[in-house]
Design a binder for this molecule. Structure first.
Ligand SMILES: Nc1ncnc2c1ncn2[C@@H]1O[C@H](COP(=O)(O)OP(=O)(O)O)[C@@H](O)[C@H]1O
Ligand SMILES: [Mg+2]
Length: 227
C-alpha cells in the first residue's frame, strides 16, 4: 500500500536541514504501523511526504500503486481527498460546524451529499460512540471526544490510508489508549491501512508493527512480549 524507496528530504534555507537520507520501507494493505522516533527526527515530515504535501529531494513514494512524484499538485489534492484520511494532535475540528457537519466534510469535498452521505456520517459516528452528539458543537466536547470526531472524519469516505500524526499528544493516558484502540478497530473494519507517527511508546504498542525512524534508517522495533 505504501512503498518508500531511497527517500531523501532536505529543507532549504540559510541553514539547510537534511531530515533523512535514503530511507526505505514498505507497508502492506490493512497494516497498522507506528513510526516512532524522538521529537524533531522527521516523523511529521515523513507523513507529509506520504500525503504528498511535501516533495522529496530524491527517491520514490508509491501509494496504492501510484508514484506520487509523477503527479501534479492538483492530482495530489484529488488523491488525498479520495484515498486518505488524517488525524492530527490538535484535532483540527472546525469550531463553527456541528459534529455531524465536521464528519461529513470529506464526503462534501467529494461532492457526496444527500441521504447516503447522511447515513454514512451517522454510521461512523456510531462506530466512535458519538451517535448522540451529531448536533453538538465542538466546544461542548472533551478532548477525547474531539479526537473521536476526527477519527470518524478520517474514515467517513472509506480512505485506503489513514495518516495519524501524534493523535494522542493532547490527551490524557486513559483517553489516549481508548482513542488508539478505536482508531485501530475502526480502520480495521473499514479495511484502511494506518500510518501512526508518535513519540509515545504506549500509543505505538497498539500497532501491528513499529518502525523506528532515524536520519539514515527505518528499522523494525521488537514488540513487547504481551503484544
Ligand atoms: N517547513 C520546514 N522548514 C524547515 N525545517 C523544517 C520544516 N519542517 C520541519 N523542519 C525540520 O525538520 C526536522 C523534522 O521535523 P518534524 O518532521 O516535524 O519532526 P517530528 O515530527 O519527528 O518531531 C526538524 O528539525 C524541523 O525543525
Ligand atoms: Mg511531528
Amino acid at each position: 500500500m505504501i512503498a518508500v524507496a531511497n527517500l531523501t528530504k532536505t529543507f532549504a534555507g540559510p541553514r539547510p536541514r537534511r531530515v533523512f537520507e535514503s530511507i526505505t520501507f514498505s507497508i502492506e494493505r490493512g497494516e497498522f504501523v507506528a513510526i516512532v522516533g524522538e521529537s524533531g527526527i522527521g516523523k511529521s515530515t515523513l507523513l507529509n511526504l506520504v500525503a504528498g504535501l511535501e516533495r522529496p529531494d530524491s527517491g520514490s513514494i508509491t501509494v496504492d500503486g501510484v508514484d506520487l512524484c509523477s503527479l501534479s499538485d492538483d492530482a495530489l489534492t484529488v488523491m488525498r481527498r479520495q484515498r486518505m484520511g488524517f488525524v492530527f494532535q490538535s484535532f483540527h475540528v472546525l469550531p463553527y460546524l456541528t459534529v455531524a457537519q465536521n464528519v461529513t466534510l470529506p464526503l462534501a469535498l467529494l461532492r457526496h451529499h444527500g441521504a447516503n452521505a447522511q447515513s454514512r456520517t451517522t454510521e461512523v459516528l456510531r462506530a466512535v460512540g458519538l451517535e448522540d452528539r451529531e448536533q453538538s458543537m465542538p466546544r461542548e466536547l472533551s478532548g477525547g471526544e474531539l479526537q473521536r470526531v476526527a477519527i470518524a472524519r478520517a474514515l467517513v469516505h472509506r480512505p485506503a490510508i489513514v495518516l495519524a500524526d501524534e493523535p494522542t499528544g493532547n490527551l490524557g493516558p486513559d483517553n489516549a489508549t481508548q482513542v488508539i484502540a478505536l482508531l485501530r478497530e475502526c480502520a480495521k473494519s473499514n479495511g484502511a491501512t494506518v500510518l501512526l507517527a508518535t513519540h509515545s511508546r504506549t500509543a505505538a504498542a497498539a500497532a501491528g508493527r513499529v518502525l523506528a525512524l532515524s536520519t539514515q534508517n527505518v528499522t523494525p522495533v521488537a514488540l513487547a512480549a504481551e503484544q
